[in-house]
Write a protein that binds this ligand. Structure first.
Ligand code: SF4
Length: 356
């Protein structure tokens, strides 16, 4: 019988379990801190727990759920992508982005992705399975350990890797709540960003979670007919409906919503689209993040030239919409937005080195 993955449990579940074993209440806090504050990789390390308890924990629980393998590093930017092997042999990618004082981990929530965005390497893999809460959080813990060796720590988490997080709602939110827990990793809600293609019921539910995350909507087109071509799965919700759900989120949390817009040359980067987007978002608690397309093998799109990007940005400003152009990190190691993919072999996925 396979052991329970301990990182899948909430603090309350862990506490109830230890109480059931006859342990005093403070044991749950001790164990939680070993897991989420000291990022232990084995129960044997937990030296302030009685040895009989450590043995029982090791018998009943699985601690390691994602084993780090090949790593690719962009030495110039400091961006680092790791391939993690899960217990069933599936593989996912997670990315560390260093940007001035920020150390951001970009996590995956699914193996592959069912949404199939035309411009995204992950989308071309198809969907394999959902990740568990522990498999999602383990990506952050991996980089927490890596950074700690250099006296650094993870400051932000973005849920923007492989997969659509709101199609794996329970596991994603469990992982984020666990990372948020004040006695463990203690990452503030404002330090976490969840990016969705616009799963309307999920956005509405998220507004009631009591965890004020930053919400990013991957919009990519200002009108339904164009969006259906780029984000085929997203056609069940129209652009208006998605934006209205995002408004609800902004109203419930007081957080400005970010709209991600991948600029594809000659597809969605014209002044017509900029005008439509401007009209759609003017007056809303919103911000647009323009992402010039990051090339990935086999994808039939191109990055627009800088003057087209600038014209798009200026048109949005004319409509009073706040906008930035994202400087993509990790393009050289295929760790940037839309470039993650694990089902094509390590060589194709851009891996070439291992860290010592
Ligand atoms: S962009 Fe996101 S939602 Fe779309 S296919 Fe890629 S991983 Fe899935």
């Amino acid at each position: 019988m396979s052991r329970v993955r301990i990182l899948d449990l909430s603090f309350q579940e862990l506490a109830a379990l230890l109480t059931g074993w006859g342990e005093p209440p403070y044991r749950a806090r001790q164990l939680w801190q070993w897991l989420w504050r000291k990022w232990a990789t084995s129960f044997q390390e937990m030296t302030d727990l009685p040895s009989a308890l450590r043995e029982r924990l090791a018998c009943e629980f699985q601690l390691e759920v994602a084993r780090p393998g090949a790593v690719q590093l962009d030495a110039e930017e400091g961006t680092e992508k790791v391939l993690l092997s899960l217990l069933d042999g599936e593989k996912i990618e997670a990315v560390l982005i260093r940007d001035e004082g920020r150390r951001t981990v970009c996590v995956s929530t699914q193996v592959g992705c069912p949404v199939g965005c035309r411009f995204c390497a992950t989308g071309q893999m198809g969907f394999v399975r959902n990740l568990t809460p522990g498999e999602i959080a383990a990506q952050v813990l991996h980089f927490a350990r890596r950074l700690a060796s250099g006296g650094e720590r993870v400051t932000h988490v973005v849920v923007m890797g492989m997969g659509e997080p709101l199609l794996n709602y329970q596991a994603t939110l469990r992982a984020l709540h666990n990372l948020h827990h004040p006695q463990g990793f203690a990452l503030g809600g404002r330090k976490m960003t969840l990016s969705t293609v616009g799963v309307v019921p999920g956005i509405r539910k998220l507004a009631r979670e009591g965890l004020p995350l930053n919400l990013a909507i991957s919009l990519h087109a200002p009108r339904d007919e164009l969006r259906r071509k780029l984000v085929p799965w997203g056609k069940q919700w129209g652009v208006r409906e998605v934006v209205e759900a995002a408004d609800e989120y902004a109203a419930a949390t007081g957080r400005r919503v970010t709209y991600e817009y991948v600029l594809l040359r000659g597809v969605n980067d014209g002044l017509r689209e900029a005008r439509e987007l401007g009209k759609l978002l003017r007056g809303r608690l919103a911000h647009v993040n323009l992402i010039p397309f990051n090339p990935a093998p086999g994808l039939p799109f191109h990055r627009p030239p800088p003057r087209r990007v600038e014209a798009f940005r200026e048109e949005l400003l004319r409509w009073g919409v706040d906008v930035t152009v994202r400087r993509s990190r990790g393009v050289r190691i295929r760790a940037a937005c839309g470039q993650l993919r694990t089902r094509v072999g390590a060589k194709d996925a851009g891996f070439s080195s291992r860290l010592p």
